[in-house]
Design a binder for this molecule. Structure first.
Ligand code: DAH
Length: 327
């Protein structure tokens, strides 16, 4: 049995020296160390070994096993370090696709709208989303008993804090800290506790505009919105005002814009506007004899949904990449 072991070790070590690939090494392992391999094959011979020789032969058996295993390990690490053993690289194969991010459709819409107003000379202002009732209502000439202040329609927090329900708050914030003239837009989130459905969401975005100058009329307002519509929606776009009421403007109007929807030009209501109410100027300490102003507020989601043919506002905020990837 000892001679068989010697022969086995000799053959194994010789053969492993010429093994040149991971596959060949695996075949070698099966032949020598596999469950039906040569080493296992000599085990039954133990029973024929004389009792007194058993310890010595057993020890030798273990040594051969260890020698073969370590030869296998070191050959394996040699081979995996050499390029011959590695799977060949096919340089003509297409690479793995790297997922690139993109701007959210709402961000894209905001950027597009902002760009147009920037070109018309508006700068961009910001205000807090957590507001107080004064800036959200009182300063905007919305009295304490006004229905718009109903808790059903607002996210009130502790104290007199609330999530702003409109970006008109930024008009006040800007006028409080900046002397006229003013020419700003403010884009941001607003919050209302609406039940979510295809056209309502508890958070959405508005684009507010405010111009304060010595002399401002409805013509200036309509011209500005008309220019915006043409630039953003295309040359055939139009603007139409419908008489309305907002506490912070006088006169006030609903703004419709004619835009292309599914290939057809159609009228769509997208916001409100008007000339700044003298009571608002009074709140911020502007001289009503010296200054006039116009203001407008546009719904961003509405613009985005119509422009891109999105039928359900909830899809915008589910963060489903399969949906967002389309835009
Ligand atoms: N803040 C109004 C709303 O959320 C929209 C609006 C109307 C804004 C008229 C204005 C405006 O600046 O002049 O419904």
């Amino acid at each position: 049995m000892l001679a068989t072991l010697e022969k086995l070790q000799e053959d194994a070590i010789r053969e492993i020296g010429s093994v040149q690939s991971v596959d060949a090494l695996e075949s070698w392992r099966v032949v020598y160390l596999g469950s039906k391999g040569r080493l296992k094959g000599v085990m039954p011979l133990m029973k024929d070994v004389a009792g007194k020789d058993k310890p010595q032969v057993g020890k030798r058996l273990n040594e051969v096993k260890t020698a073969l295993e370590s030869a296998f390990d070191s050959r394996k690490s040699e081979l995996s370090g050499s390029s011959a053993a590695r799977a060949p690289i096919d340089v003509t194969e297409p690479g793995e696709e790297v997922a690139t991010g993109r701007r959210h459709i709402i961000t894209k819409t905001i950027d597009g709208i902002t760009e147009v107003f920037s070109r018309m000379g508006f700068s961009v202002a910001y205000g807090p989303e957590v507001e107080d009732e004064y800036h959200n209502f009182n300063a905007l000439n919305i009295p304490d008993n006004h229905p718009a202040r109903d808790p059903i329609d607002n996210f009130f927090m502790d104290g007199d804090r609330m999530l702003r329900s409109q970006t008109s708050t930024v008009q006040i914030r800007v006028m409080e800290t900046t002397p006229p003239p003013i020419k700003i837009i403010a884009v941001g989130r607003v919050y209302r506790p609406d039940t979510h459905d295809a056209t309502h969401f508890s958070m959405f975005h508005q684009c507010e505009g405010l111009l304060v100058a010595p002399k401002v009329s409805m013509v200036d307002l309509k011209t500005t919105l008309f220019q915006f519509a043409k630039s953003y929606f295309g040359d055939k776009a139009e603007v139409r005002f419908r008489p309305s009421f907002f506490p912070f403007t006088e006169p006030s109007a609903e703004v419709d814009m004619k835009m292309k929807i599914k290939g057809k030009w159609q009228w769509v209501e997208i916001g409100g506007c008007g000339l700044v109410d003298p009571n608002v100027f009074e709140q911020v300490g502007y001289d009503n004899d010296k200054w006039q102003g116009y203001a407008f507020g546009l719904g961003i989601e509405r613009v985005a949904m119509l422009k891109y043919g999105i039928q359900d506002i909830r899809w915008l905020f589910e963060n489903d990449a399969r949906f967002l990837r389309q835009f």
